[in-house]
Design a binder for this molecule. Structure first.
Ligand code: PLP
Length: 498
C-alpha cells in the first residue's frame, strides 16, 4: 500500500480501504519503511518495559537508542514479532495527556544550568556561544518564534507565559467585557472541568449569574459529538446577548475536531469575540489562527508539544488586539486593557522602574511576570524537534496512523459481530478523518475497563483511561510507528479475548 496516496485520500476527506493483509505485522513494517518521519522517533526517550517498573532512581535512562536505530533505520529488519528488540519497548499512546520526553530537553536544560552556574545573573543579558539558548531575556520571544508555525500565526501574535488555565483567565480579563446587553459566554456542555471553572468564575467575578450568562452547547442526539450546525444555531439563538464564544479546538474526551474557521467566522459576523482552547489541537492538527481571524487562543505545551509536565504555556492574541498606539503629543499610549505586570512592559522601558506602563506591542504585552528560564529551556528543547519537520507532514502521518488504528479496531468489531452480545466497544471519535486529530476515544462495553487497563499495564502500554468506560488512544506521529499501532492492537485483542 502506498502511504502518500493514502494521505491524499484522507486529506480529501475520503475513507480509506486498507488491504486484506493490513492486520499483519509485515504490513505495519511496510508502512514504517515508507514513513519519511520515522527518524524523529530517535529524538525521544521513551520508557521501556523495564524502566516502567522502576520505583527508585538509579541514574540511568531507559535503554533504547541503539535498538530504535536498528528497527527504525532500515538496518536490522526484525523477522519475528516475538523476541526482538521492539518487544522490550513500551508502547507510548498517551501523548495527548503528557508527551514523551525529547532528548533535546535534557540538553537544553543542561545548557541553561551551565549558563546560570557560570555567569549567574549575567545570563539575563548574555548570549552564550555554543548554547542552543538565547539570553534569558529573549527566551520567551524565541519560543514564540518557534511556535508560530505550530499555530499558524506571526511570532509577535504569540506569548509564552504561565499555564493554560491562568492564561484563559488573563485572556478573559481582556476579552470578556460583559455589558447589560451582551453578557453571555457560549461554551460546550462538557468542557475540560478547568475551562468550565474558569468561565464560571469569570461570570461570577463580574457579578453575573452563571445560569443566565453561561450557554452550554449540547449534542443534538445522544452521544458525545456536537455538529457544526448545532454550534452555529446556538450562536444565532444567543447572538445579540453573547460577548464571548470559548470552545476547544479538539474536545479532550471525544477527540472531535471542530470546524474552527467556519465557527469563528460565523460568530465574528455577529459581533462575538472568539477564543479557542487548543490544549488538544496545538502540535496535533494544522492551525491558521491569524488567517481565521481568531481573537485569542490558549494552549498547554505538555501534551502534543512535549515540553514536560506543567510546562510553560502559550497564548495567541490577534495582531489587531496587540497594537500600541501613540496619539500626537500624548504621554501615554492607547492599547487594549489587560491585567498588567512589568514583563508586559516594552523592553526599552522595562528597567526604567517608573510607573508608566508601556506595553510591548503584540501578544508579549500580555506578560505579567518574569518567566521561568528552566521552563523555557525545556519548551525550547521540545520545540526544536518541531523545527525538524512541519505540521503538514506530521498531520499527514497522523491521518494514516489514526486511520490504521481505526481499521484494526473495526476489524475486531467485524470478527465479533453477530455473536449475540453487544459490541465490545464503540469508537466515539468521528469516523471522518477531517473531524479528528490523532486521538481515538474507545467506549468499552460496560465492565471491561478494569480488565483492559490491567492488560495494557501488564504489557507495557501507556494509554489514558477515563472512568467509567473509555480509553483514549493517541498514536502521536513524532514517535509512534505503524508497528506500535499493530502491537497495541495485539495487546487489546488479548485483553478482549480475541
Ligand atoms: C489539559 C487541559 C487543561 C489543563 O489545564 P492546566 O491549566 O494546564 O492545568 C485545561 N483545559 C483543557 C481543555 C485541557 O485539555
Amino acid at each position: 500500500m502506498d502511504l502518500s496516496a493514502c494521505v491524499d485520500r484522507l486529506r480529501s476527506g475520503a475513507a480509506h480501504e486498507f488491504p486484506a493483509d493490513a492486520s499483519s505485522v509485515a504490513f505495519a513494517r511496510h508502512m514504517d519503511s515508507q514513513d519519511k518521519l520515522r527518524h524523529l522517533r530517535d529524538e525521544f526517550v521513551l520508557p521501556s518495559k523495564a524502566s516502567l517498573k522502576k520505583r527508585a532512581l538509579d541514574g540511568t535512562m531507559p535503554e533504547q537508542a541503539a535498538v530504535v536505530n536498528g528497527v527504525n533505520g532500515d538496518k536490522a529488519e526484525p523477522t519475528s514479532d516475538g523476541d526482538d528488540a521492539s518487544s522490550q519497548q513500551s508502547l507510548y499512546f498517551v501523548g495527548n495527556s503528557l508527551g514523551a520526553q525529547p532528548k533535546a530537553v535534557r540538553e537544553y536544560i543542561n545548557a541553561h544550568l551551565e549558563t546560570w552556574a557560570s555567569i549567574g545573573v549575567n545570563g539575563h543579558f548574555t548570549d552564550m556561544a555554543n548554547s542552543p539558548l538565547t539570553q534569558w531575556q529573549d527566551l520567551a520571544e524565541d519560543c514564540a518564534k518557534r511556535s508560530a508555525d505550530i499555530v499558524g500565526s506571526a511570532p509577535h501574535e504569540i506569548v509564552i507565559m504561565n499555564t493554560l488555565t491562568v492564561n484563559l483567565h488573563l485572556m478573559m480579563a481582556s476579552f470578556y467585557r460583559p455589558t447589560a446587553e451582551r453578557h453571555k459566554i457560549i461554551l460546550e456542555w462538557k468542557p475540560f472541568p478547568s475551562d468550565h471553572y474558569a468561565v464560571e468564575s469569570q461570570v461570577l467575578w463580574h457579578g453575573l449569574d452563571p445560569r443566565k450568562s453561561m450557554v452550554k452547547i449540547e449534542p443534538d442526539g445522544g452521544g458525545a459529538l456536537i455538529t457544526t450546525d448545532k454550534i452555529l444555531r446556538t450562536i444565532d439563538e444567543h447572538a445579540d446577548e453573547t460577548a464571548l464564544l470559548l470552545l476547544p479546538g479538539i474536545q479532550y474526551y471525544s477527540g472531535q475536531l471542530f470546524d474552527m474557521p467556519r465557527i469563528t467566522a460565523h460568530a465574528k459576523a455577529r459581533g462575538i469575540v472568539v477564543g479557542w482552547d487548543l490544549a488538544h489541537a496545538a502540535g496535533n492538527v494544522e492551525l491558521r489562527l491569524h488567517d481565521w481571524d481568531v481573537d485569542f487562543a490558549c494552549w498547554c505545551t505538555y501534551k502534543y508539544i512535549n515540553a514536560g509536565p506543567g510546562a510553560i504555556a502559550g497564548a495567541f492574541v490577534h495582531e489587531k488586539h496587540g497594537r500600541v498606539e501613540w496619539a500626537a503629543g500624548a504621554d501615554r499610549p492607547t492599547y487594549r486593557p489587560r491585567l498588567m505586570g512589568w514583563y508586559g512592559g516594552d523592553k526599552s522601558v522595562r528597567f526604567d522602574m517608573d510607573n508608566r506602563f508601556v506595553p510591548t506591542p503584540g501578544a508579549a504585552g500580555y506578560q505579567a511576570s518574569n518567566p521561568s528560564a528552566v521552563d523555557l529551556a525545556s519548551l525550547s528543547g521540545a520545540l526544536s524537534v518541531f523545527g525538524k519537520t512541519s505540521m503538514r507532514d506530521l498531520r499527514s502521518k497522523a491521518l494514516v496512523l489514526t486511520a490504521y488504528a481505526e481499521h484494526l479496531l473495526n476489524q475486531m468489531l467485524a470478527e465479533t459481530a453477530g455473536d449475540g452480545q453487544p459490541p465490545l466497544f464503540t469508537i466515539i471519535t468521528p469516523a471522518d478523518p477531517l473531524q479528528r486529530g490523532t486521538q481515538l476515544s474507545v467506549l468499552l462495553r460496560a465492565g471491561l475497563l478494569d480488565r483492559v487497563a490491567r492488560a495494557l499495564e501488564d504489557n507495557g502500554v501507556l494509554c489514558d483511561k477515563r472512568k467509567p468506560d473509555v480509553i483514549r488512544v493517541a498514536p502521536v506521529p513524532l514517535y509512534t510507528r505503524f508497528e506500535d499501532v499493530w502491537r497495541f492492537m495485539q495487546v487489546l485483542r488479548g485483553a478482549l479475548g480475541l
